[in-house]
Write a protein that binds this ligand. Structure first.
Ligand SMILES: Nc1ncnc2c1ncn2[C@@H]1O[C@H](COP(=O)(O)OP(=O)(O)OP(=O)(O)O)[C@@H](O)[C@H]1O
Ligand SMILES: [Zn+2]
Ligand SMILES: [Zn+2]
Length: 818
């Protein structure tokens, strides 16, 4: 029998190490090492010990090659299943990222352990040592615990390695590994009685004056044991008392692991509804096919009860012993959503989102891995929840752009979910009131099965949408931010004691500041972006890099004092609402007001209890919210998304209007929606007004086809960025011609015709980095070729001298091409 060897991905970020390395598995370790485990391996000339992950084990027949051996296993069992390994390898291939980036996503949060080598001296005679060896042995002995790094600081590197290796050969020094995890299991002190004697026997040892001690013993006797925190709370005992009992040997203190609790404990049960006929039909049909690895789209109008269908399908999954992942957009991971899932399934739910601490995330991850929960609900990255028996993935608000990652690997949670389902034989359910164009196209192609929920629960009417032409308002002398109609409706709503939501997708007070004399517009010094005025602090802020400056009173360019503020943000809306409706209680919800932990909950709490009359907000309030008393929704400016120079701007506008409008009239009273715009004729606004998704899709898909945009083609974007403008331009020209050269070799002239750029990116500078972009449009087959070339040209060479100082941002089908 030959030896076993392992392919190991090592924890080192250089492009040179971005490949699997082969290590031998010594016989003594054969049983300790499996695929999916972390290992410690010697690396480089110095044989520094670093961490790696085993992705494959195979038989090693080639005796001629001298391989290094794996030093140690860092796990007792695999932390990654075979499927998760395969998924990572697929992501690396598909999203052009490094092995490490891909594996990072599936590993436990914060797993980057520090491994340090500790040197120890054997208990043997120390004769015949050289001077230098003596010096090192002496140093190790004197230190007590001596790290390899210490010795290397004590002596120069090269020598230290040589000498220590000699000492190891002579069996005088040996090393052990010390592993430090950044995150630890949370331990709490647990107190119990030390013997099984009867209570009276124990109490014998306590003098009658020790009243508190007696109380503690009684308490422990009754409870069989308790966490120190609870014990002290319940008995009001002090540390002194507990210590006294421990000193007498009557109680014992152990450390027991506790899970950090991310879910509030006071969530009340969420009542199970009897499904409506529409819901039931969808539920039954999906259940029939749930084990067939299919894809389903629930296209249901806002308030049609999609969530209740998910909940009852999950119930069936639990009955069948299968696990479910529920993805929701980060911003709708609100208390309301969590309450529904936890209120129905209690401690069977793990919650994953970005506001959790590393420790909390680690605990939730382990609950899933260890099979302690059946459901994981979370934002995009929850698609990697390490369930072993995955039956179903649900993606709510399927159309949301936040399902596409903006960081490496730039994965699409939908694609990853689809891949996971295929590997594990699970099903995929997408739900939304406004399917993305790509998804609906897949429905028409027969790849996804469609269910339509046309009606709101209890046959509640869809709110009537009124489109107001703001040009006309201006012509009629109204230059306030409210149209006359919106003003009147707010007034009426207040009178009737109903709630209003006002939506504007821009935070701050004014969105740009400029000089009326010379036309100068104040931009961020680091970014090619106008600064936004924030009134409370009287500052201009950059929403890209966070830079701030005091709002100037005179023009920085011409010195005039004709500085003027243009464009409205949510702060201005708040100011105007308070001015015109001084009696109303007004609340604002945007990134600026929810910075503190819990502020989200507080704002929602007041809204839910009816204490807020008017809620103003950005897209944070645009989806998922279910407040029955909201009868009026005002969209202050529908044009903000329409005017973006992006091929998805119509789609975004349609989605936004439909979703925001969907917050109105969900209770017993009909809802109304006022949409203010300068483009009232635009088809995305007109179709949204009539809740005509198909109408919208039919128009949009023609445009996509005519101008060759997804889903008819793939878009691949390379952004070259760096601090030196000249270099960025040169490198982007360089890789552009390099790619063309490669395409010419395979005669792919069609692809060459579909390369755009290099051009300055639409936002030419962000955080002091200049950005140039090359765009490719290509078919699926071409994409395959293209990725291969880009990997060779950009990725494998990214550490080359000529690319020093620039970086590449490669995105396949980006959610926006800005
Ligand atoms: N079968 C049912 N009978 C009575 N009420 C129901 C039923 N199903 C759901 N509901 C209630 O109807 C309301 C709307 O449902 P839900 O929020 O799930 O809709 P949705 O389709 O997810 O909407 P949106 O897309 O706007 O988020 C909720 O308050 C929910 O509790
Ligand atoms: Zn000026
Ligand atoms: Zn900036």
């Amino acid at each position: 029998m030959g030896n076993l060897a392992a392919q190991v991905i090592i924890y080192n970020n250089s492009s040179k190490t971005d490949k699997p390395f082969t290590y031998l598995i010594e016989d003594r370790m054969k049983d300790n090492i499996q695929e999916g485990m972390r290992v410690a391996v010697p690396f480089g000339v110095g044989n520094r010990i670093i961490q790696g992950i085993v992705v494959r084990i195979f038989e090693w027949k080639d005796k001629t090659k001298n391989l290094k051996c794996i030093a140690d296993a860092l796990d007792f069992e695999p932390i990654l299943s075979k499927n998760m390994i395969e998924l990572s390898l697929w992501m690396r291939e598909n999203y052009l990222c490094s092995y490490l980036d891909a594996f990072h996503l599936v590993m436990p949060p914060g797993d980057f352990k520090e491994i340090r080598t500790v040197l120890n001296v054997n208990n043997v005679s120390l004769k015949n040592l050289t001077k230098e060896e003596e010096k090192i042995v002496g140093y190790i002995n004197q230190k007590g615990k001596c790290y390899l790094d210490d010795v290397k600081k004590f002596m120069d590197h090269e020598n230290a390695n040589k000498i220590i290796n000699n000492l190891k050969k002579k069996n005088i020094v040996y090393n052990t590994l010390e592993i430090e995890t950044k995150i630890n299991k949370k331990l709490e002190k647990y107190i119990s009685l030390s013997s099984n004697q009867s209570k009276d026997d124990i109490l014998k040892d306590i003098s009658s004056r020790g009243k508190k001690q007696i109380e503690v013993v009684n308490y422990l006797y009754k409870k069989k044991g308790a966490f120190i925190k609870n014990l002290m709370e319940d008995t009001k005992a002090s540390y002194q008392t507990i210590k006294a009992l421990a000193d007498k040997g009557l109680i014992k203190v152990t450390e027991t692991e506790v899970f950090r609790n991310v879910i509030k404990s006071d969530i009340s049960p969420y009542k199970r509804f009897k499904l409506t006929p529409e819901q039931l039909k969808c539920f039954n049909t999906i259940l029939d096919d749930i084990n067939k690895n299919g894809s389903f789209l629930i296209h249901g109008v806002t308030g049609s009860g999609k969530t209740e269908i998910y909940l009852q399908i999950i119930e069936e999954m639990i009955k069948a012993g299968k696990d479910t992942i529920v993805l929701v957009p980060e911003i709708s991971l609100t208390p309301q959503t969590i309450e529904r899932f936890v209120g129905r399934f209690g401690s069977n739910v793990a919650v994953l989102h970005s506001k959790l601490s590393y420790g909390e995330r680690f605990d939730e991850w382990r609950k899933i891995k260890e099979g302690k929960v059946k459901i994981a609900i979370g934002a995009r990255s929850a698609v990697f929840a390490p369930f072993n028996n995955l039956g179903l993935i649900i993606i709510d608000e399927e159309h949301e752009t936040s399902y596409k990652s903006g960081m490496n690997p730039k994965y699409s949670a939908y694609e990853v979910a689809r891949k996971r389902c295929d590997m594990e034989g699970s099903s995929l359910i997408l739900g939304t009131a406004t399917p993305s164009v790509e998804t609906y196209n897949s429905v028409l192609n027969g790849e996804i099965k469609l269910f339509v929920l046309k009606k709101r629960i209890n046959n509640k009417k869809m709110p009537v949408m009124d489109i107001i032409d703001m040009r006309e308002e201006l012509n009629n002398g109204n230059n306030s931010i409210f149209s006359r109609k919106l003003y009147k409706e707010i007034e009426e709503n207040l009178k009737e004691g109903k709630q209003t939501i006002l939506f504007l997708n821009r935070r701050g007070y004014s969105t740009f500041v400029s000089c009326r004399k010379c036309g100068y517009v104040i931009k961020c010094k680091s970014c090619d972006i106008t600064m936004t005025y924030h009134i409370q602090e009287n500052k201009l802020k950059c929403h890209y890099c966070g830079k701030e400056m005091i709002a100037p009173k005179i023009c920085p360019k011409c010195g005039s004092n004709y500085i003027k503020y243009f464009g409205i943000g949510t702060q201005k809306v708040e100011e105007q609402v308070k001015k015109y409706f001084p009696k109303a209680s007004v609340e604002r919800m945007d990134t600026d007001t929810v910075t503190k932990k819990g502020s989200h909950e507080r704002i929602f709490g007041r809204m839910k209890r009816g204490e807020t009359d008017i809620l103003i907000g950005t897209q944070m309030i645009s989806k998922g919210l279910d407040f029955p008393n909201v009868t009026l929704v005002g969209i202050i400016a529908a044009d903000t998304s329409l005017n973006l120079p992006d091929y998805r701007s119509s789609e975004r506008t349609f989605q936004l209007l439909t979703q925001v409008a969907g917050r109105a009239g969900r209770g017993d009273f009909e809802g109304r929606v006022i949409v203010q715009t300068y483009n009232p004729e635009h088809f995305s606004i007109q179709m949204a007004k009539d809740y005509n998704y198909e109408g919208f899709f039919d128009r949009e898909i023609l445009l996509r086809k005519e101008f060759e945009f997804p889903p008819f083609t793939n878009i691949l974007s390379i952004i070259v960025y760096g601090k030196e403008k000249e270099q960025v331009i040169n490198v982007s020209k360089d890789i552009h011609s390099e790619i063309i050269k490669n395409l010419e070799l395979i005669y792919d002239y069609n692809l060459i015709r579909n390369i755009y750029g290099p051009n300055p990116a639409l936002i030419e500078k962000i955080k002091d980095n200049y950005r140039w972009q090359i765009l490719f449009k290509c078919s699926d087959e071409d994409l395959f070729q293209l990725k291969d070339i880009i990997r060779r040209v950009c990725i494998n060479n990214r550490d080359d001298k000529k690319y020093r100082g620039v970086k590449f941002n490669i995105d396949i089908n980006p959610s926006s091409i800005l």
